[in-house]
Design a protein around this ligand. Structure first.
Ligand code: ADP
Ligand code: MG
Length: 449
């Protein structure tokens, strides 16, 4: 998360002002900052000559400039780029973050405290998140739980973004529990090669945000590693934030010792938002996406809020749907209730719920992917079949709204696999055009049959 490049660019700007232009051009051009670790700044230089010059004459300058940018006094260590290449298996934190694991970890800059609407339903979660972001490691862990789509992930990213905005050198790691499992498996198989332990990596992390912990259920080995990492971080005063779709006491398939640790810090929940909060969220999302709020009369907003009151993600989807209908109607004026009805009357969920069945979803999805329906409910784990199965599972959940356990029975899979499939497709729907296209086509087909 630490943007070494940016720090270095700013440092170079400070240096540039203080030294002769020629020296700067000849000797600083190929110099790079490799890492800032504890109080040591490791600087890579291209050759012996620039090493001697920098070490001999410009060390103080560099140190002062780094201090100006980072407000930290670093000891400088110079290494030649050739030494670096020989030494790629070293365990400096920079090498660790370059390791192939945790490549999924990214903070979404659009999820901040500023654009999180606070109401009675989420006030305690918001306040607790802000509190721990301001005072790291005073309450450990912070555990946030709620039904899907109520802002847990948003708050997690907000914590990470906030911490980095006030202390850019902190190392923040955001990861879903599902990716954590994948990384653990990938890492375990590479262990001997890179000689870096997962715990070596975690000791460098200041804030560990792990989302949807329920995915660790039944993953005994990953849980074991997670347990050690959890203890390591807590005993080193590092902050942990965990989210889940349920109260920690109701987490199944996780060891008691782990669950009891989850409850040892602060646990907060997010409830279904009040209508006022939903209306405020809608207004905020409309403004954030650059639309004119005047085009959305209150009756339209109220209709959207009342019909999507249990899940903010669905509320956003409904809003996007009417924006889309308004666009294809080329209507320049305010959105009318007629348009809203037009947008939702076409929706398969509302009109055809009764005639839709899991069987229909399975056969339509199978034929869309040129597979046999029985392949989707089989145990076969070939990529293409697995993907089509996940799509069908997602559609069953989305269009029929039946419980995970019931979908599990249809597909002969356990509850957590079903949840994980739904989540996977939901994630893809955020930015994967192919999946968006497939889901739209399938929904259309299901509508007309
Ligand atoms: P969860 O992780 O609980 O399933 P998310 O954090 O992914 O939910 O939220 C789903 C969507 O709803 C996101 O786009 C998020 O920005 C939005 N959202 C949820 N609650 C709020 C809120 N109080 N204010 C603004 N946006 C919200
Ligand atoms: Mg989430």
């Amino acid at each position: 998360m630490i943007n070494i490049k940016e720090i270095w660019n700013m440092t170079l700007k400070c240096i540039e002002d203080k030294i002769p232009q020629k020296i700067y051009e000849n000797y600083f051009d190929d110099v790079k900052l490799l890492s800032l670790d504890k109080n040591i700044a490791t600087v890579v230089v291209p050759n012996e000559l620039s090493k001697t010059l920098l070490e001999g004459q410009y060390k103080q300058n560099l140190q002062d400039s780094l201090l100006e940018v980072t407000e930290t006094l670093y000891d400088l260590k110079f290494i030649l780029s050739s030494e670096l290449e020989e030494n790629t298996s070293s365990t400096s934190s920079e090498n660790l973050s370059k390791a192939s694991f945790f490549k999924h970890s990214k903070l979404n800059p659009n999820y901040t405290f500023d654009n999180f609407v606070v109401g009675e339903s989420n006030e305690s979660a918001y306040k607790a998140s802000h509190l721990i972001a301001d005072h790291l490691a005073t309450l450990n862990p912070l555990f946030i739980y709620s039904a899907s789509g109520l802002g847990k992930t948003h708050l997690m990213h907000a914590i990470g973004n906030y911490v980095l905005s006030v202390t850019p050198l902190k190392k923040v790691l955001y990861i879903t529990a599902e990716d954590f499992v994948d990384e653990y498996v990938r890492f375990s198989t590479k262990r001997d090669k890179n000689n870096v332990s997962m715990k070596d990596f975690f000791i460098t992390v200041d804030v560990f945000l792990i989302d949807d912990i329920q995915f660790l259920a039944e993953k005994t080995q990953t849980c074991e590693m997670f347990f050690h990492i959890f203890n390591l971080l807590v005993s080193n005063n590092k902050q942990i934030v965990i989210t889940s779709d349920r109260d920690p006491k109701k987490l199944e398939g996780l060891e008691e010792r782990l669950v009891s640790r989850f409850s040892s810090g602060l646990t907060v929940s997010i409830k279904v938002p009040e209508i006022d909060t939903l209306m405020n969220i809608l207004k905020l999302k409309i403004k954030a996406s650059g639309h004119d709020l005047n085009l959305f009369p209150d009756d339209v907003l109220l209709y959207l809020a009342q019909n999507n009151s249990k899940n903010v993600r669905e509320l956003e989807g409904a809003l996007n749907r009417i924006v889309f209908y308004n666009m294809i109607n080329k209507n320049p004026g305010p959105i009318t209730m007629d348009l809203v009805h037009q947008a939702f009357d076409n929706e398969v969920v509302k009109d055809h719920k009764g005639s839709l069945s899991p069987e229909k979803i399975i056969s339509t999805t199978a034929s869309y992917y040129n597979l046999a329906p029985s392949q989707l409910t089989s145990k076969v784990r070939i990529n293409q079949i697995t993907f089509a199965r996940q799509i069908a599972i997602y559609l069953c959940r989305e269009l029929l709204d039946i419980p995970f356990s019931q979908i599990g029975k249809i597909f002969s899979r356990d509850h957590s696999t079903i949840m994980s499939s739904v989540q996977k497709v939901e994630n893809l729907l955020k930015d994967d055009n192919q999946t968006i296209h497939a889901i739209n086509q399938l929904k259309d087909q299901l509508k007309t049959r």
